[in-house]
Design a protein around this ligand. Sequence first.
Ligand code: PMP
Length: 390
Amino acid sequence: MFEELKSRPADSLLALIKAFQADERSGKIDLGVGVYRDGMGRTPVMRAVKAAEQFLLETQDSKKYLGPEGDLQYVRLLQPIIFGKAPSFAPRLVGIQTPGGSGALRLGAELIQAANPSAKVLLGKPSWPNHAPIFGAARLAVKEYAFVDLVSQQVKFDSVIEALSAASAGDVVLLHGCCHNPTGIDFTEEQWLEITKLVVAHKLVPFIDLAYQGLGDGLEQDAAPTRMILEAVDEALIAYSCDKNFGLYRERVGALYVMTRTSDEIGKAESNMAALARVNWSMPPDHGAAIVRTVLENTELSAMWRAELAEMCERVNGNRAALAAAAPDLAFISRQRGLFSNLSMSKDIAVALRARHGIYMADSGRMNLAGMQPADAGAIVAALRAEGCL
Ligand code: PMP
């Protein structure tokens, strides 16, 4: 039967990693794959994570099954970090552990499919390339609209308003909670307010993807739009990832939270989430969530984690400032947040930047600002100028 399969294209970002490794030039710069890098270009295991792993190694006395919901103490301890201390909607909120933010998105998509298969998912483009395929895999119709104009680096807010206004009651709006991937362009507070009004007026369901909390302006600031919209709406889904803000990537640490209309509906949502998890991965992998739980249960480790996350955030924003200072036409980069910025360029230019200058970014023009050092700003700007991008 397998002869019937059609080959699929390889992931272009993975090919970029290989090409970068094979490049022997000393001044090469890797702005490709979306992971945090420190001042030495490494993606380190965070100090609090190492300490928590040590603690787990010494104290964990069983690896028996936990169940499809995973580690519920982990799910609970994350709640105040994401939603604030005592939000009004807390009694209508239920969460389960998932394999990464990707697992949370897939589980949320399947929950929507189970509850309202005719719901459309509104997706602003460009977005994380896995968003549309995940919703498609759950057999939901995805309706795309233009979110950003890359030439002006501005939100196309008219297009956002138009898309939300044309949606039907029960349709789902995918929103990046902070640190938009791939553009780094987040809605302003006024725009979030406007979106909230539209979501309420048209009875839409926000599905918030929060994969970079703490890497934009700080944990509290990055959660503010999510909290604001949740205070206003009846129902919502939140796909959370600890893979970036705890540096746990391959451990696959996420959670799906669902906010129901009334607290009576929580049990239904919870049992469906567990049943869907059971047929997908049965139970989520434990180690990463156990690390996060251990960090959050311990005041000292929590403080250590928060401090290191703040350092990471500062470093990325420092790189943004360095690029903006090196070229006035890149000033927008210092106003954007998170790991990414997406320059408007053709694939040919992205290829030329690699071949002629050793500067690696995705063919789409997406660059990971954590991949550079402030001292690289001059070389990056010179290469962009040489290729006619500036
Ligand atoms: N959402 C967005 C916007 C992302 O960028 C990513 C990861 N690149 C994810 C979700 C998924 O994260 P995870 O690795 O935890 O599955």
